[in-house]
Structures are given as C-alpha cells and as structure tokens.
Design a protein around this ligand. Sequence first.
Ligand SMILES: CC(C)(COP(=O)(O)OP(=O)(O)OC[C@H]1O[C@@H](n2cnc3c(N)ncnc32)[C@H](O)[C@@H]1OP(=O)(O)O)[C@@H](O)C(=O)NCCC(=O)NCCS
Length: 207
Amino acid sequence: MTGARTGARVARPRHPGTTERPVSTQSVDQVQCGDRTYDLRRLRPTDRDDIVSLASALPEIDLQFLRSDLTDPDVVEGWIHDADTGSRFTTLAHYEGELVGYGSLNLRGLHWMSHLGEIRVIIAEAHRRCGLGHVLTERVFETARELGLLKLVAQMTREQIGARRVFERLGFSPEALLTDWVIDRSGRTRDMMIMSYDLGAGKRSRT
Ligand SMILES: CC(C)(COP(=O)(O)OP(=O)(O)OC[C@H]1O[C@@H](n2cnc3c(N)ncnc32)[C@H](O)[C@@H]1OP(=O)(O)O)[C@@H](O)C(=O)NCCC(=O)NCCS
C-alpha cells in the first residue's frame, strides 16, 4: 500500500457541477463484446425502473456490497437528479433492449476533492467476462479526462476479489485498506479497499 501523497500542486480541474461538456442522452454507440453487440448511451430520466430491475437481479453477493441500495426506486431517483446537476455521469449498456450494465463517474462535492472522481461499474451476471466492464470503464476514463480530473478512485470491499482484479488489470493501484469501514446488508462490517488511478501524472508539482 502506498500512503497519501502530499504537497502536489495541480491546475484546478473544472469544478463539478459546471461541466462545459454538452452531454447528449440521445446518441447511442454500439460496441462489440465477444459475439454480442451492446448499445451504449447516457442515463435518461426515464431509466429509473430499468436500473432498479438490473440491481434487483444481481446475485446476492453483489447486493451485499452495493454502495447504495439501487433496488430502491427513491435512491435511483436521487441518481438521476445527480446526473442533472452534473455530479454523476452514467453510461448504460443495453443488450437487445434490456439494461445489462452501467459505468458511472461520481464527482465529489467537496472543493478539496474536486480533482477526484469515483468509478462504479456493474454488469449483469449473464454479461460478465466478455469485456463489457472494460468498455464501460474506458468510458468513465474518457469522461474523467474531459472533465480535467486528476485521479480516479475505485472503492470495494476486501472480499470483492473479481473487482480488484479488474481494476488492477486497468492499471489501478491499492491506495488504502480501511478496517470495518463499510457494513453490508446483513449488518456485518467489512474492510474497504480504495484503489486509484493517476490521470494527472506529470501535472503534479511538489513544493
Ligand atoms: C467487476 C465487474 C464490473 C467486471 O465486469 P466484466 O464485464 O465481467 O469485466 P470484463 O469482462 O471487462 O473484464 C475485465 C478484466 O477483468 C478480468 N476479470 C473480470 N472478472 C474477473 C473475476 N471475477 N476474477 C478475475 N478477473 C476478472 C477479466 O479477465 C478482464 O481481464 P483482461 O482484460 O486481462 O482479459 C463485474 O464482475 C461486476 O459487475 N461485479 C459486481 C459489481 C462490482 O464488483 N463492481 C466493481 C466495484 S465498482
């Protein structure tokens, strides 16, 4: 594990909530993963129920570790609101009209963390291990770079070995392990692992 680096001075990224990027929810890209073609597009206000369905169908092990309860329509409504305010950018993946995954970039409201973005990716069980998680992660990287962020952060529990492998393969490094930092749906505490990817390498200066 590496400790927190201090003393870095960077050009400030555009502040969350003031993105200059015109984000279209209408355009749809097609990507090929294995022998399947997926439609990718940005989150729309009408997607609430599909997200609830996607989350509700996740295996119990994944539900245990969901950061927020996306099986709750009110929670998803909040997500959609975050998209309107520019603090969350979500790309959805559909297969034959069904929502099968998403990748999300969440910005921090805090000024001193305005250079950070948190990545979340969820893929329906039947569509895993064919590269879709990788594709959605790349979309998050693109958005983060366009916004001028300097660091991407991924949070998971110590038990989420698959997620850890995915992010390691993408170049993320372990940053911290926080004891009993999260509590799962059964009330059991878990250690949280934070991994990060430095988007702003070369922009730092130490003084
Ligand atoms: C983690 C998750 C998003 C991966 O999605 P996916 O579509 O299966 O991932 P990909 O097929 O793009 O795989 C990406 C890489 O990770 C590897 N990988 C994927 N799942 C893995 C697993 N369970 N164990 C080991 N490696 C794994 C793949 O082999 C691939 O490596 P490669 O590029 O060298 O071939 C998916 O398993 C998921 O939704 N898990 C539940 C939610 C979660 O844990 N999200 C991450 C925390 S935000």
